[in-house]
Design a protein around this ligand. Structure first.
Ligand code: AHR
Length: 307
């Protein structure tokens, strides 16, 4: 039976496959690798045709990728914006072309909220605050100043801006907690190591390192050990993400605390892609559920950690 009153749409299921253009920031960290795997695996499982572009850490590459997706007339565009500013023009182009956009993992800072359908990702301010709250509690008996160094993520990125703010707000509870140096390590291991080396040279007394992600903390470990100090003891280390290598360092007593940031956004993203393609309404903000880990909690969680 040929059901011809469906507007002539007699295509097979394969013809009706949704096409998703996804622009990834790069491959700067273990988190990012796990995020890319989650997106690719979930697209395959959901039967979505994924056009994946790796911008190799460059905003201009992301803008070019999004323009290419518009030209290819994909059904939906999703991307993890490297930084918060500078995407308005290309977002307007997508809107004018009638292609819905989903922000994934990181937000953009634009007054026009109609440029994207929703933002799926973590609350980075909360992650910074959880890190600071842990330190406030840990140092509650401190009689001398506690010298903190901070390794920031990519300059201008939502996680770097928000984690810095959340942490600073939390440690304001105790004036003895002082950030004596703060610089970007670009979310990379090599960056974390190089900047920590400088911090150690310039500051004879460092009590705490707050790194905006595990990878920078892991790089910093090498610098701390090379300087003859014991990570986790001489210098307490707080990081964010909770990828396997970070959790291992925490379980081994080299890190002291991790605030989780989940990279497993793929399944939720594919659900959203299907909904916006159908024209269904979606919440403007979908926040990822996450937790925190102490050394003991990391030991317990490690054996079943997926990434
Ligand atoms: O945007 C999420 C952050 O980007 C992760 O915390 C960090 O590891 C990554 O590079």
């Amino acid at each position: 039976c040929n059901n011809s009153d469906t507007g002539g749409d007699s295509g097979s299921a394969a013809d009706e496959k949704i096409t998703l253009g996804f622009s990834q920031v790069g491959a700067e960290s273990g988190w990012r690798t796990a995020n890319t795997t989650s997106i690719k695996d979930s697209a395959a499982k959901a039967g979505i045709d994924l056009k994946f572009d790796d911008a190799q850490g460059k905003q201009e590459n992301q803008i070019t990728a999004i323009r290419n997706f518009i030209q290819q007339k994909v059904d939906v565009i999703a991307f993890s914006p490297k930084v918060e500013t500078g995407f308005e023009t290309v977002l307007k182009e997508a809107k004018d072309a009638g292609i819905p956009v989903i922000l994934t993992d990181r937000a953009v800072d634009t007054p026009d909220k109609t440029l994207y359908k929703t933002f799926l990702g973590s609350d980075f301010v909360k992650e910074g605050k959880a890190s600071g709250d842990w330190l406030v509690n840990e140092m509650k008996g401190a009689t001398a100043d506690v010298n903190i160094v901070e390794l920031q993520g990519t300059t201008g990125s939502a996680p770097a801006n928000d984690r810095k703010k959340g942490f600073a707000d939390a440690i304001a509870a105790n004036p003895k907690l002082k950030i004596i140096a703060s610089q970007t390590g670009n979310f990379e291991r090599a960056g974390g190591k190089a900047v920590m080396e400088q911090f150690l040279k310039a500051n004879p007394k460092i009590d705490v390192l707050f790194a905006h992600n595990d990878d920078m903390g892991l790089g910093a470990l090498e610098a701390i050990t090379a300087a003859g100090k014991v990570p986790g003891k001489d210098i307490k280390i707080i990081t964010i993400d909770a990828v396997k290598d970070g959790m291992q360092a925490l379980a081994d007593g080299k890190f002291n605390f991790i605030a989780e940031c989940s990279p497993l956004l793929g399944p939720q993203l594919m659900e959203l892609v299907k909904k916006v393609k159908k024209g269904e309404s979606v919440p403007a903000r979908i926040e990822t559920q996450e937790t925190t880990f102490t050394q003991e909690q990391a030991k317990a969680a490690l054996p079943t950690r997926q990434y």
